[in-house]
Design a binder for this molecule. Sequence first.
Ligand code: FES
Length: 129
Amino acid sequence: MQMSSRANNKVSRGDPIELVIDGQTVSAFAGETIAAVLLLQDKTSCYRTRGDRPRMMFCNMGVCFECRVRVTQNADSRWVLACVTPAQANMRIDTNVDLSHWIAGTEPTIDHDVNPSTASTKGGENNDV
Ligand code: FES
């Protein structure tokens, strides 16, 4: 889905913003959740389990924790729940990051200069969460 997939009839939106998802600059509107932006970009994975399985949002209300994504902003990098976190201008969002880093509290190595479909953020044991 692209920006044209959004409902437009009688909808008021925040200001247009740009952010980066997996190395690609995308457009969104202030006030939208990261989850909404990911869905509009046809993303099919928020993070990967230690067994390398993609996981995607399920409840969309902050309960299931299946929408964890890695966000970098203002030199700060952290995990957030995409469904309850507003998208902000200049956020860098990385999907497909290995969840073992969340569990271990370690910083994933994310090479923003490589193709995100081939980038590796794996680490830890080969067990599912
Ligand atoms: S989709 Fe369930 S917590 Fe975000």
